[in-house]
Design a protein around this ligand. Structure first.
Ligand SMILES: Cc1cc2nc3c(=O)[nH]c(=O)nc-3n(C[C@H](O)[C@H](O)[C@H](O)COP(=O)(O)OP(=O)(O)OC[C@H]3O[C@@H](n4cnc5c(N)ncnc54)[C@H](O)[C@@H]3O)c2cc1C
Length: 479
């Protein structure tokens, strides 16, 4: 819990006045209408209140705001693009907090084609960083459906994943250096662009995935890669999910690190997408219980990816591993395949309430997970419609459950915590994680406490206590 200020309302008023001086007119919002969209997360699950929305335009401004807030024992909630799915960026309901949004810190500071690095401020949109890299014929590989709205600071703080983790790793692996404003307002300048730096603890890793509980990330040095010059993409129909594992293994063997994405989705997910997302069509004639979207990519010309993929699929077909497959014949065709995968979350909404799980299990155990998890939830909620999809190559599944057709939405959603707990018990028993991509935020604080060992929780609490002894940085989140 955050400590209560002894300064009271007058003190809070004086703090807001001092912050107004530090950030100027454009940097401080107290109008309720303007603040409202920042106080609620996208899915409407979490709402909060704040004394003000602060939008600093530089590291020096962030540092001054945090220094003033620390002196007044004022809790701080860092916010990026507000696309987080676990409520970490939403302030608590009681209102004694400042929401610090990084969107005005949105400059690409430099790009170095020899070092293959890009140095960006935390408020840069992920899509803008991708575009700046592409302009220099490079790739910044982090890619997720929210890339037009989420910011690099949010991606770092949630250690975001997405569709290219299989090949390039998640955000943690794409960072060389960070600049962070600490909870007392000091600035740690760790903006190194070195591939090798074994000089003690790797402090940047503490802040990546910390969900704003240890400091505010203001700038980052990110890694770049050769831009792909060719891609080959297939939409594959499977009779059983076990065959997906065999195809993954074969694709790794023939394509090596050209294997870029392997996404899994069930028939019901495709049906929802075809029903609710405009301009979508089933690429295959007959229905199949499961589908894979598999993509190879290369930064070199002459790698003949299409031939590699065709040969892989022909052999898999002959061996009875696939029912049917379509190859993308053009960029538009490829985009149409991806619409089918990326539309699933949106397409679930018109079907009623969804209970969600963002889990991972060892890749080899995915079929076993489905064989145990689906009957488990069907027993808890007769008629439930499981729509599990996700990043097969990383073992990361969005195990989403749509309410029974025609059922009562609220009664279904009331079972969220019980169903989560049962699925998480299974995931942990199978050596998996209860949060593969989205983090802990507000949503999974109790789950974290339940599932992590006492030693792990104590170590996390000690790190938090060492960096933020007054518990002012995003209190109530993660730990
Ligand atoms: C349609 C959709 C698809 C998505 N797909 C994926 C996916 O494939 N993979 C995935 O990993 N996630 C996914 N997400 C979740 C979300 O987009 C990511 O978690 C993203 O990284 C959040 O970035 P943001 O800028 O919106 O951060 P916010 O939501 O604003 O904040 C997220 C957390 O980071 C903290 N934070 C934000 N900025 C800073 C900063 N500068 N310094 C310190 N702390 C900060 C906040 O306090 C909060 O705890 C998806 C979300 C949506 C809506």
């Amino acid at each position: 819990m955050a400590k209560t200020s002894k300064t009271g309302r007058d003190g809070d008023g004086a703090l807001i006045g001092a912050i107004a001086k530090a950030v100027g007119e454009k940097g401080l919002v107290t109008d309720p209408g303007e603040m409202a969209p920042h106080l609620e997360e996208l899915r409407g699950r979490y709402r909060g209140a704040a004394l003000a929305l602060v939008k600093p335009a530089s590291t020096a401004e962030v540092a001054e705001v945090i220094r003033l807030a620390a002196a007044a024992k004022m809790p701080i909630v860092p916010q990026g693009g507000n696309t987080g799915l676990v409520g970490g960026q939403v302030p608590p309901e009681h209102g004694r907090a400042l929401l610090v949004n990084l969107s005005r810190m949105n400059r690409v500071r430099s790009l170095d084609p020899v070092d293959n690095t890009i140095t960006v401020e935390a408020g840069c949109l992920l899509a803008s960083v991708q575009a700046a890299a592409a302009e220099a014929e490079r790739l910044f590989p982090l890619s997720l459906a929210a890339e037009g709205s989420c910011q690099i600071g949010g991606n770092l703080s949630t250690n975001a994943g997405g569709i290219h983790v299989l090949r390039y790793g998640n955000m943690r692996e794409l960072v060389l250096g960070l600049e962070v404003v600490l909870p007392d307002g000091r600035v740690w300048d760790g903006l190194r662009r070195l591939r090798k730096d074994n000089t003690g603890y790797d402090l940047k890793q503490l802040f990546i995935g910390a969900e704003g509980t240890l400091g505010i990330i203001t700038t980052a040095v990110l890694r770049l890669f050769p831009a792909p010059v060719q891609k080959a993409t297939a939409f594959i129909g499977l009779t059983q999910v076990e065959h997906a594992m065999a195809i993954l293994e074969r694709a790794r063997a023939v394509a090596g690190d050209q294997l870029d994405c392997v996404e899994l989705m069930p028939r019901l997910g495709l049906e929802f997408t075809l029903r609710h997302i405009p301009d979508t069509t089933d690429p295959l004639g007959d229905p199949h219980p499961w589908y894979l979207l598999l993509e190879l990519a290369s930064g070199k010309a002459g790698d003949h990816l299409a031939e590699t993929l065709e040969a892989l699929l022909a052999e898999a077909y002959d061996d009875g591993l696939i029912g049917d497959a379509a190859l993308a014949a053009s960029a538009a065709h490829r985009a149409a395949f991806w619409r089918l995968r990326e539309g699933i979350s949106e397409a679930q909404k018109p079907e009623g309430g969804s209970i969600k799980h963002d889990i991972s299990v060892p890749v080899s155990r995915i079929p076993e997970f489905f064989a145990r998890a689906i009957p488990l939830v069907e027993e808890m909620i007769p008629g439930v419609r499981p729509v599990p999809f996700g990043h097969l190559g990383d073992g990361n599944l969005h195990f989403n459950l749509t309410q029974p057709a025609g059922g009562d939405r609220e009664a279904f959603l009331d079972q969220w915590e019980d169903v989560n707990r049962a699925v998480h018990e299974l995931v942990v028993e199978m050596g998996g994680s209860i949060s593969a991509e989205h983090g802990i935020g507000r949503m999974k604080v109790e789950e974290l406490k339940h599932f992590k060992s006492a030693v792990e929780i104590e170590l996390m609490a000690r790190v938090k206590g060492a960096l933020d002894p007054d518990n002012l940085m995003n209190p109530g989140k993660v730990i």
